[in-house]
Design a protein around this ligand. Structure first.
Ligand SMILES: [Zn+2]
Length: 544
């Protein structure tokens, strides 16, 4: 019976991994590519970690599993997503039900861990101190020898402070890899998945070093920090090599990423654009008017933050109390200032999601479903054509994609009504209300890179036919492909297809009638846990 090892390299892109493999920095990946099948892997829209991993895990589009972003917006407020938000069976639950033994290490959106026939170590979006393993106490036997397990990075990148940031990521990879090897040896498994987060965080911060055309590229710094970046990938490659060495001849390895990566140049305060167009309105009370006045005068969270930095208080504010910083930020315009009774559309979430203030869905919705909804949506689409690139003056919007083109299924209506793609993803929307008073701004904190639609897929081993991977490979295709590799039928409600052209299997794909939802863990996250995860996400720049 064929075993499958999946390694997730978060944000992994062939744009870096291919040349670095060819140059000899990544010997394991180079070997897997040479002897296996590889190519690009299309991600979700938006290409964001949080919808991408549940899409991978379920083989279904977000309309069927209901995770569209890190957050679930509702009339200016939002909830953080967690594993109980995934309203569909995951690959590891399907395998468990079929009696296969599974191990899942650090995959995002797996907290709280749902029971499986095997083990789960939850990943990104787990709160500190939560029960992040199934079974509980899974990692206890290794603590003394391997040190504390770490889920997420703990040093936020700031320009000029590259070393501690890199050290932290190397430590994260090291612990992840060492724990993964021990779990892999000590627990029987048929399916094992190991996820590395550090690569995503690293590329967000360091893209400017690998990209000579980036506005913040500094060749001198690049000479120092491109090798540091390669070192992080080299450690990931090393651990993949160690895992591959421990496999027997009938195993198949899949190395994949949830999205690609590329340069980030601009942030778009979409809500300010909607405000300017009269599609979003502010309250008329004097405090909101005062705040709006200060905001327009340039006194914004960003400028106040600059001031704090200039007087050297940033570490104090940062370390002592994140809530102090949040208080500073919330002094200015926020969704609290929005007059929902006169607002037609708003934006919330990374990349460029727009929601219509729809009656029945939004708590203070005013737009009737049907004709009125379509009219408002069309008005938003048309006004977006006027948004211009601040340097070239050309249209900033490449594409506006309708919600129904991206998601279908029982939860599709929870998703964004419009997905906006700006300038080949070189510009993305600010996730909350606005970061400063300009519609298009350079205010992007420590980030110089952001996500792209195409990640990577490398498949190698017993079940794989060497050569190019199918050009239309999609992240939804992996769950059905893995089920087929492992000799199991594919549930007929999965949206992904079996990637048969890259497989060396004679038997035809079998399908089965889909079962119900997965075993959704009873408890979600407490309010404190949610707030803590939110803080962490903010520190990573995901909530601005
Ligand atoms: Zn990601």
């Amino acid at each position: 019976m064929s075993r499958v090892l999946v390694v997730g390299i978060d944000g992994g892109t062939l744009d870096l991994i291919r040349p670095w493999a060819e140059e000899g920095h990544l010997p394991t990946l180079a070997r897997l590519m040479e002897e296996g099948a590889w190519g690009r892997l299309e991600s979700t829209l938006p290409p964001v970690t949080s919808p991408a991993w549940p899409t991978f895990a379920t083989g279904k589009n977000p309309g069927k599993h209901s995770v569209f972003d890190f957050i679930r917006p509702s009339g200016g407020e939002f909830e953080m997503v967690n594993s109980t938000s995934i309203k569909a069976r995951t690959l590891w639950e399907i395998l468990s039900e079929a009696g296969r033994r599974v191990g899942v290490i650090n995959v995002p959106v797996t907290y709280p861990p749902r029971p499986v026939n095997g083990f789960v170590v939850a990943g990104m979006l787990s709160p500190h101190g939560g029960r992040f393993t199934y079974p509980e106490g899974l990692l206890e036997p290794y603590r003394e020898e391997l040190g504390e397990y770490r889920i997420a990075p703990s040093v936020q990148y700031k320009a000029g402070e590259e070393e501690p940031f890199i050290e932290d990521l190397l430590d994260l990879v090291e612990r992840r890899g060492r724990y993964a090897l021990r779990l892999m040896e000590d627990h029987p498994w048929d399916f094992l998945m190991v996820h590395f987060q550090a690569t995503d965080v690293l590329q967000h911060a360091f893209w400017k070093f690998v990209d000579p055309s980036h506005p913040r590229h500094d060749p001198k710094a690049a000479r120092r920090f491109v090798p540091a970046m390669q070192e992080v990938f080299r450690r990931v490659d090393h651990f993949i090599g160690q895992m591959v060495e421990r496999l027997d001849g009938d195993a198949t390895v899949v190395v994949m990423s949830d999205h690609g990566f590329g340069p980030l140049h601009w942030v778009v305060n979409l809500n300010l654009f909607l405000l300017e167009r009269g599609l979003l309105r502010l309250k008329r009370d004097p405090f909101t008017r005062l705040r709006a006045g200060l905001f327009r005068a340039g006194l914004t969270p960003a400028s106040v933050w600059h001031l704090i930095e200039r007087v050297g208080l940033q570490n104090y504010v940062w370390r002592v109390s994140k809530s102090t910083r949040n208080k500073v930020v919330s002094k200015f315009l926020s969704f609290d200032d929005v007059d929902w009774s006169r607002t037609l559309a708003y934006s919330m979430g990374h990349v460029g999601q727009i929601y219509i203030n729809l009656k029945g869905r939004e708590p203070h919705g005013i737009v009737e479903p049907g004709e009125a909804y379509h009219e408002v949506r069309q008005r938003v689409i048309e006004s977006l054509r006027d948004l211009r690139h601040p340097e070239t003056g050309k249209p900033l919007v490449d594409r506006v994609i309708l919600g129904e083109e991206v998601a279908h299924g029982p939860y599709a209506s929870r998703g964004p009504d419009l997905h906006v793609v700006f300038d080949g993803y070189r510009a993305i929307a600010f996730p909350l209300f606005a970061t400063d008073s300009r519609i298009v701004t350079r205010q992007i904190r420590g980030d110089s890179g952001c996500h792209r639609l195409h990640g990577l897929l490398i498949a190698w081993g017993a079940g794989v036919r060497p050569g190019p991977a199918p050009a239309d490979a999609h992240i939804m295709d992996l769950a059905p492909t893995i089920l087929h590799l492992m000799g199991l039928p594919v549930p007929d409600d999965m949206d992904g297809k079996v990637l048969t052209p890259m497989l060396r299997l004679d038997r035809p794909v079998e399908y089965e009638r889909a079962g119900g939802e997965g075993t959704v863990a009873e408890e979600g996250l407490s309010a404190e846990e949610s707030a803590e995860v939110e803080d962490r996400l903010r520190a990573l720049g995901y909530l601005g």
